[in-house]
Design a binder for this molecule. Structure first.
Ligand code: HPA
Length: 242
């Protein structure tokens, strides 16, 4: 079964879902109850990463409990939605980017299921952090919906919750980053540890800090995110159908 982890401002993507009873697991409480959504194309599990009211900031999300809850509920693949600022394509704000690589600059997050003690020690390969087959399917589903599609990008994951300084964005660009967000890691690595196929689609909701020479407007971010909602819903249903 496919799962969708919905990000900032996208909590209402599938309002018609049936809430499963919220269960904590060995890793704590997931962000919200999982919702089972039945569409004409098939069944989907939906989890709001920031809670149903968007109240959990990126650095406080219990990524381990979220991934474990989805796996325990029968998910085998995850489409993750992560809003981002665009570093290298500021003219493409309002489009979706399907990243192909990740740089993790977060700190202090619980980032592994293999945490020593009873959970043991294991090193996973993350050379290509996204599942190639699922990524291809996300790209072809993305081609069928209204917004523009950027076919690849290096996602840099920052700790947040603040946005970056202009100098930090220069630095991220220098290191090869195309888009910047706060939520893809450790989620992608945990999905790999849990054996779930994982791919992401990133609404590019603003030009990254400093690029336009003016402060970033949070209201503009929210407006752009909600404008992309119909397209994300279409993409998800195409993905289910394909
Ligand atoms: N930086 C980090 N995270 C983000 C941004 C950004 O500019 N936009 C949306 N999420």
């Amino acid at each position: 079964m496919m799962a969708l982890i919905a990000g900032t401002g996208l909590e209402a993507l599938f309002p018609a879902g049936e809430n499963l009873p919220q269960k904590s697991n060995a890793w704590g409480d997931p962000s919200a109850a999982l919702q089972r959504v039945i569409t004409q194309q098939g069944e989907l599990l939906v989890l709001n990463r920031h809670g149903d009211d968007g109240e959990i900031p990126p650095h406080r999300v219990n990524y381990r409990a979220n991934i474990a809850a989805l796996r325990d509920a029968g998910a085998t693949s995850v489409l993750s939605i992560n809003t981002v600022g665009s570093i290298t394509s500021p003219d493409r704000v309002g489009s979706l980017c399907v990243p192909h690589q990740v740089i993790d600059l977060t700190w202090g997050r619980e980032a592994t299921f293999f945490d020593g003690g009873q959970t043991g020690r294991k090193h996973i390969d993350l050379t290509w952090p996204f599942d190639a087959g699922l990524r291809e399917r996300v790209l072809s589903a993305g081609e069928q919906c209204g917004a523009g599609l950027v076919h690849q990008g290096v996602y840099v994951c920052m700790q947040g919750p603040r946005l970056e300084t202009a100098a930090e964005i220069d630095y991220l660009k220098w290191m090869g980053g195309d888009i910047v967000g706060m939520t893809l890691m450790p989620e992608a690595a945990l999905a790999r540890e849990a054996g779930l196929a994982y791919a992401a689609v990133c609404p590019m909701v603003n030009a990254a800090a400093g690029i336009m020479g003016v402060p970033i407007s949070i209201e503009d971010i929210e407006t752009t995110a909600s404008e992309l909602m119909p397209c994300l819903k279409q993409l998800t249903t195409h993905l289910l159908a394909g």
